[in-house]
Write a protein that binds this ligand. Sequence first.
Ligand code: CP
Ligand code: NVA
Length: 308
Amino acid sequence: MIRHFLRDDDLNPAEQSTVLDLAARMKADRFAYTPLAGPRSVAVLFDKQSLRTRISFDAGIAELGGHPLVVDTQVTHFGRGESLADAGRVLSRYVAAIVLRTHGDDRIAEVASHATVPVINALTDGYHPCQLLADLLTVREHCGGTQGRILAYVGDAANNLSHSYLLAGATAGMHVRVAGPAGFQPDPDVVARAEKIALGTGGSVRALVDPVEAVRGADVVATDTWTSMGQEDDGLDRITPFLPYQVNDALLAHAATDVIVLHCLPAHRGEEITDEVLDGPRSAVFDQAENRLHAQKALLTYLLEAST
Ligand code: CP
Ligand code: NVA
């Protein structure tokens, strides 16, 4: 069976833990693992912009002994309407895995359903599961584990990061609270799925409006841009309703004294997070960014092994 990673809950709790353990080992001994030696190639395709995802997959595939093929889809037929099913079939003849950043989750699902190699979600409108593996690795490092820790995500609770925090956090046994203004609440189906997962892991899930209620006593406070890629011209006011959700010193005063702060980057400094917080002692943001590399190397290795 081919194992894809389209959503955070495509790894069950034991599998997620295995990937995070491997990521920690790969971080400690960075060049010791070469499962892509050959070199085997991996296609990394972007329908949207990227800095971290692009470079961390490119570098990570090279470190695994492989050959990264990083492509902006606008210069390919993929970006001008070629059948996604055909693209999935064709690319599978060339490469060991396909990494894709795209718009709708239906697009990546269509590629995956016709691919005969693992397909990895490098961000869609719905989810950003590779980011969450890096975030959970960071929480393990800074908080000594994930089980039972309180994670608050504040801001646009309807976006891809919010959904991934719900699913991946519940999978990791965390108490996940997401808070956003009315109209920017998570998809109820995602909340329901996360609740079901939490029942089995000892975690919990809450979707809130009040940012202070979300952050109270939190071990981890996370946020993200209030305007995701593709939402720039959606006609919604993406500033005013979000102002109470800014991660600043006043909001963090309600968190645990040893709280860490996460942001997937890029940040809109002065909007969803202040410079003082992002550059201050509670920020784990740059460890989090580094951990994209280690987590994705482990994920690729795991999926390739599990698929054979
Ligand atoms: N966090 C993240 O995915 O960054 P990029 O958009 O730069 O890849
Ligand atoms: N929610 C953001 C994350 C960027 C890494 C977006 O989709 O643009």
